[in-house]
Write a protein that binds this ligand. Sequence first.
Ligand SMILES: NC(=O)c1ccc[n+]([C@@H]2O[C@H](COP(=O)([O-])OP(=O)(O)OC[C@H]3O[C@@H](n4cnc5c(N)ncnc54)[C@H](OP(=O)(O)O)[C@@H]3O)[C@@H](O)[C@H]2O)c1
Length: 252
Amino acid sequence: MSQNQDKPLDGRVAVVTGASRGIGKAIALELAKRGAQIVVNYNRSAEAAEALVAEVEAGGSKALAVQADVASFDDAHNLIKTAIDQFGGLDILVNNAGITRDTLIMMMKEADWDAVLATNAKGTFNCSKAAVRHMMRKRYGRIINITSIAGIIGNAGQTNYSASKAAQIGFTKALAREVAARNITVNAVAPGFIETDIWADVPEEAREGLLNMIPLGRKGSPEDIAPAVAFLASDEAAYITGQVLAIDGGLT
Ligand SMILES: NC(=O)c1ccc[n+]([C@@H]2O[C@H](COP(=O)([O-])OP(=O)(O)OC[C@H]3O[C@@H](n4cnc5c(N)ncnc54)[C@H](OP(=O)(O)O)[C@@H]3O)[C@@H](O)[C@H]2O)c1
């Protein structure tokens, strides 16, 4: 593998789930900036995904948009297979796709629970299972799961989301142990309050309350998350596995 210092991920192939918007988009751009070829997964935002592919290609990296609902076992397997078929392999998987269906448990419908667990927790399993098969043979891999501080400290109105994010943390730690001998690392990044579309339905008072709890005194941006993910995806992070890195302005 090339040791080009400007492009430490030169020659690597990365799948970023939910890369059409928000944190996933920033991660895709950061990995591409560091030389990786990017599979931009999306569920519904085809236009945004294609625009991101054009942006990555304009920067000199290869990219491909692939529609897949990560909650579907078959879609997730097709996503990973397409990456391997089109780019000749897979080195990095970022399980970033995620949704919320916030409400207090008294009002939470079974469908709210199921949808969030299916996308956030099962989606992470689906994509990782498909990727690990290939990475084991290759004896190389980097898996980074985007969890949340809600999975560490909990959040009222988010029992489903917090459970799904805690599931990702347990999954990260268990899988890290399973695949370490094959030179595959598995880590999680836990963002705090990061300004993206995911906050669209959260009332202003709730946002203000949260903001007041952040020692660094500001919301984060997707660009606060992406460099840490790129580091965990790099060769420099070879001896880090099973960890959860909170990026939350000091909130937790
Ligand atoms: N923003 C925060 O404050 C924050 C804090 C902690 C953790 N996180 C986590 O960070 C990740 C990204 O969040 P974000 O804030 O960037 O959210 P966002 O702006 O709402 O973007 C969500 C992304 O996930 C994709 N997605 C949703 N369901 C999917 C599915 N079933 N299959 C494939 N892709 C799917 C969306 O694709 P389409 O547009 O194509 O539907 C979109 O690209 C999530 O896992 C979230 O839980 C966010």
